[in-house]
Design a protein around this ligand. Structure first.
Ligand code: ADP
Ligand code: MG
Length: 266
């Protein structure tokens, strides 16, 4: 008998993963048994109305929230907490104000047993990836919001995680900066091909970035639909303005904003 290798093993696998919180007189179901596979090197976005459990879902993969039902697996192993192979990026770029861009990026490497020279070269490479080389010695207070967020992204890249978990990372930025960072993120993804799970409430952003868009619904939080984005990479401005893009965006928009509610009282 020969072993048949599983060629399509998911990088991240939610298996009936649910989360309830205790509330007065019972339980509140933030997420109701979500089953979803994210393939190795895939770029998946998660979109849905506020409160539908997007952050809870991402935080379960990050190991910051423990599921109350089901399981969350990374590389086939149950997630038991945060780990260096999973980089997390939130909307608020928590940079240390007293450290330079390079200092902030190197900080994430301090816990690794790396030589100072290796830390430096890894940090500089990550800083280059996000286009901040000219600002490596600058302090955060001298940077724009977009640059601070790029610094936070570089800090995650420097650790070289296999999985990037991003929770509305561009949510606080103006529209133009957002578009620039989307292009830069895709450029980096094309080069490095990490698995990315990216939460957003912006439908355009969700479609532009992803190969698949997971549309969630609220009350209870659940996966409503998964929409394939059958558009080629690299994604370009031309594509963003194309009829094909508009069609998929409209489809996703419709599934986000015209959702049947599971709870008739909601
Ligand atoms: P989203 O990111 O889609 O806006 P969240 O995942 O943050 O949604 O939250 C989903 C639901 O779970 C919300 O109704 C939220 O109020 C609730 N929730 C999240 N975390 C907690 C918690 N620690 N205790 C109680 N309720 C929570
Ligand atoms: Mg959220």
């Amino acid at each position: 008998m020969t072993d048949v290798p599983t060629l399509t093993e998911a990088k991240i696998s939610f298996r009936e993963a649910g989360k309830s919180f205790p509330v007065k007189g019972g339980e509140f179901t933030a997420l109701d048994r979500v089953s979803l596979d994210v393939a190795d090197r895939e770029f998946v976005t998660v979109v849905g109305p506020s409160g539908c459990g997007k952050s809870t879902l991402l935080n379960m993969a990050a190991g910051l929230v423990e599921p109350t039902t089901g399981r969350v697996l990374v590389d086939g192993d149950a997630v038991r907490g945060p780990g260096p192979e999973r980089g997390v990026i939130f909307q608020q770029y928590a940079l240390f104000p007293w450290l330079t861009v390079r200092g902030n990026v190197e900080f994430g490497l301090k816990l690794r047993s790396l030589s100072a020279a290796e830390r430096r070269s890894r940090a500089d490479r990550a800083i280059e990836l996000v286009g901040l080389t000219d600002f490596a010695d600058a302090l955060p207070k001298t940077l724009s919001g977009g640059m601070k967020q790029r610094c936070a992204i570089a800090r995650a890249y420097a650790v070289d995680p296999e999985v990037l978990l991003m929770d509305e990372p561009f949510g606080a930025l103006d529209a133009l900066t957002r578009v620039q960072l989307q292009d830069q993120l895709l450029h980096t993804w094309t080069r490095e091909r990490r698995t990315v799970m990216f939460v957003t409430h912006d439908v355009d952003e969700a479609v532009y970035l992803a190969r698949r868009v997971v549309v969630m619904a609220a009350r209870p939080g659940r996966v409503h639909r998964v929409v394939d984005v059958d558009l080629p990479y690299p994604r370009t401005e031309e594509l963003r303005l194309s009829a094909e893009f508009a069609q998929i965006r409209n489809e996703v928009w419709h599934s986000v904003y015209h959702q049947p509610s599971a709870d008739p009282s909601a």
